[in-house]
Design a protein around this ligand. Structure first.
Ligand SMILES: Cc1cc2nc3c(=O)[nH]c(=O)nc-3n(C[C@H](O)[C@H](O)[C@H](O)COP(=O)(O)OP(=O)(O)OC[C@H]3O[C@@H](n4cnc5c(N)ncnc54)[C@H](O)[C@@H]3O)c2cc1C
Length: 638
């Protein structure tokens, strides 16, 4: 919906104003109702942030420079952690209906080209049905509540926009570009230009979220330095329709194939992505930076990508949908929030990574959830303004670690040539000789030992926040963290374990919309652990809290480690303990976790210093503050 009438004075509360945004006075100044969040950018992160805010009863107005959602095939996997969050919003089942059917497995193949007899090796990745079965069979806290889901970004955005269009708390204004933001003591002024009329309007709001992608104007306005750098390659993407399955599936059905390529002297040189298991595909041809990809015709690019080591492999292409040259890039913004905590950046505006691992949008969804519930809690007066400071402290370390990991995954492919092929004819990898067999066995072993690209649960759901609103456990030792595995623990700051309870219900489904106190005490019906004190304190502080008593749930009790575990709205542990012994103690606890009072220590505040070394897979570390630029970058990266 697009609001078009009325003027709202910022001093008037949202409940007594109309809900629209048209300027009628003050020279193009529009005052959004109190408590409205202005969102710059209608990519996946801006749209999902609008939905998180709406879930918590907060109004948003979103400006997107394009007139429609994207047609670029970027993200194609929503991971298990994001699906858990979508489930909380009530969107997971509907999202799945848009995507690849659940019975289809999603193997990743490593191949020397489709003309070879068979792929060299594969990562066997289950489809949603088999993944779900695995989750049920391993009810030990190591699994996500929800399997991942394949869905191309072009379809994802269209689906999410349609949901936002129907939402009375969300106003979408496509065809409107955010030019700049300016924070003052008690509001933010955002200048927006209508791309058709050229008319500029200044919107005045309490808060702004910059979800405006890699070239974020919001980030630039705030002068946040972006540290990172691109990999020394450019990529020619061709997105196309083809029903030539007999040629495409010659080595079996696949989700992705990574090809050893002639133009890469036998090293990794191209990929294909099956977008929908019907007729939509994307090839990426990785080229040296000095190549001239514009001179490669789209059909030829697809044939070259699929041919690998063996020269072009033609297929029937029904239609080329889009093509572009783009540049894999790794970067993280040094600051995430403005001095007054009224402006925050999220998604690709805050971090960019190489697509290996599928971390980009999934991290952005984590940002949107973290920022969304906190903004809502502050706006709804269920938290103190200091809660917003924890956004950068919590999300920046996740971004630094994940973008680095995307480079580690990328290097696995990029090192193929040096590890196995260099110093001889690359075609020997396919030869029916002892050397060929040994080479293939070695490559197989190499990929089987490094198979974390879409399995690294430590990265995807094992991240633990340290911030002033997380109460540390000073009595125990923090469990070890590894990128590859999620360690079931209720360690404060982490996502607690998913587990099915004795009646088959998932524990996450027992959590409340806002805060949850889990009580594992054996006498939890007549408590001595003090849960009623926490409930009483929450009521007196206007903090919505659901107390969930779980007597007799021995498995969950063991995995959750403590009799009392306080869960935040984003399903992270805020505090755990044996008991609360006074109302005063309960109030102090709730005041700390909602940012109303500062804790004794402020461990984990965001690091403002620049990283001192480049990321894996990037050659040099550069810092950009003004306009974002990369050599050979695509329109969808701007
Ligand atoms: C080939 C490829 C494969 C990928 N695969 C995956 C994957 O499997 N999983 C995954 O999680 N991620 C993946 N990613 C990354 C993912 O696409 C991005 O991380 C994601 O799009 C980020 O979402 P966003 O909303 O933050 O930014 P964007 O998608 O860039 O959206 C930003 C929006 O803001 C708009 N905008 C920009 N400037 C302005 C302005 N001044 N005013 C108003 N609007 C503005 C843009 O038009 C755009 O619509 C992949 C990326 C690529 C390139």
């Amino acid at each position: 919906m697009s609001g078009t009438n009325g003027i709202n004075d910022p001093s008037v509360s949202a409940s007594t104003t109309t809900t629209t945004t048209t300027a009628t006075q003050a020279d193009e100044h529009v005052f959004l109702p109190r408590g409205t969040v202005l969102i710059a950018g209608g990519g996946p992160v801006g749209l999902i942030l609008a939905r998180v805010l709406s879930y918590y009863g907060v109004r948003s107005v979103l400006f997107e420079r394009n007139k429609t959602t994207t047609s670029w095939p970027k993200m194609d996997l929503t991971n298990g952690r994001s699906m858990e969050l979508f489930r909380k919003l009530g969107l997971a089942d509907d999202l799945r209906r848009q995507g690849v059917p659940p019975h289809i497995d999603q193997d990743v193949l490593i191949s020397s080209g489709l003309a070879s007899k068979e792929a060299i090796t594969r990562w066997e990745l289950p489809g949603v049905d088999r993944f779900r079965q695995r989750i049920h069979e391993h009810n030990d806290g190591t699994q996500p509540q929800e399997p991942y889901q394949r869905l191309s970004q072009a379809l994802f955005e269209k689906w999410l926009k349609a949901i936002c269009d129907q939402d009375p708390l969300i106003e979408l204004h496509y065809g409107n570009k955010v030019e700049s933001v300016q924070e003052t003591a008690d509001h933010v002024k955002t200048t927006v230009t209508n791309v058709e009329t050229g008319k500029s309007t200044v919107y005045v709001s309490d808060y702004v979220a910059g979800c405006d992608g890699a070239s974020s104007r919001v980030r630039k306005s705030l002068g946040f330095p972006l540290d990172g750098g691109p990999v020394p390659k450019c990529v020619l993407l061709v997105h196309f329709k083809s029903r030539d399955l007999s040629r495409l599936h010659v080595q079996g059905q696949f989700w992705h194939i990574f090809f050893l390529s002639d133009h890469a002297e036998g090293g990794f040189g191209s990929t294909i992505i099956a977008q929908d298991e019907v007729d939509t595909w994307t090839t990426h041809l990785f080229l040296p930076l000095d190549a001239e990809p514009d001179k490669i015709e789209s059909h030829d690019a697809v044939y070259r990508a699929l041919g690998g080591l063996h020269g072009p492999y033609p297929i029937e292409i029904d239609e080329v949908l889009v093509r572009s040259v783009w540049r894999p890039n790794i970067a993280v913004t040094r600051q995430w929030s403005s001095a007054g905590q009224r402006v925050h950046v999220a998604g690709d505006a805050a971090h960019q990574n190489i697509p290996t691992g599928g971390y980009g949008m999934n991290m952005g969804i984590g940002d949107a959830f973290d920022l969304g519930w906190k903004l809502a809690a502050v706006i709804n007066e269920q938290a103190g303004r200091d809660l917003l400071q924890s956004y950068e402290a919590e999300r920046k370390p996740v971004a630094l670690r994940n973008v680095e990991r995307s480079g580690v995954h990328f290097q696995l492919h990029d090192r193929l040539k040096d590890e196995f092929i260099a110093g001889g004819d690359p075609h020997r990898v396919d030869a029916d000789t002892e050397e060929g067999r040994q080479l293939r066995a070695a490559i197989h072993e190499y990929y089987q030992q490094h198979d974390g690209e879409n399995k690294d649960f430590g990265i995807e759901m094992g991240y633990r926040y340290q911030s002033p609103v997380i109460v540390p456990d000073r009595e125990a030792t923090e469990p070890a963290w590894t990128p590859s595995q999620y360690t079931p623990t209720s360690w404060p700051g982490g996502r607690p374990p998913h587990v099915f309870l004795s009646d088959g219900t998932a524990i996450f489904d027992k959590f409340g919309k806002h805060w949850t106190l889990l009580v594992f005490a054996d006498d939890s019906q007549n408590s001595t652990s003090g849960q009623e004190l926490v409930a009483e304190a929450a009521a007196s502080l206007s903090i919505p809290l659901k107390v969930v008593a779980l007597p007799g749930e021995d498995l969950a009790k063991r995995l959750y480690e403590k009799p009392l575990v306080l869960i935040r709205p984003d399903q992270h542990v805020a505090w755990r303990g044996d008991q609360v012994s006074s109302l005063q103690e309960a109030e102090k606890l709730l005041n700390v976790v909602t940012g109303r009072v500062r804790p004794d220590s402020t461990a984990g505040e965001g690091q403002k210093a620049a990283p001192s070394v480049a990321f894996t897979a990037t050659q040099e570390l550069t810092t950009q503050v003004e306009d974002f630029k990369l050599e050979k970058m695509a329109a969808f990266q701007m």
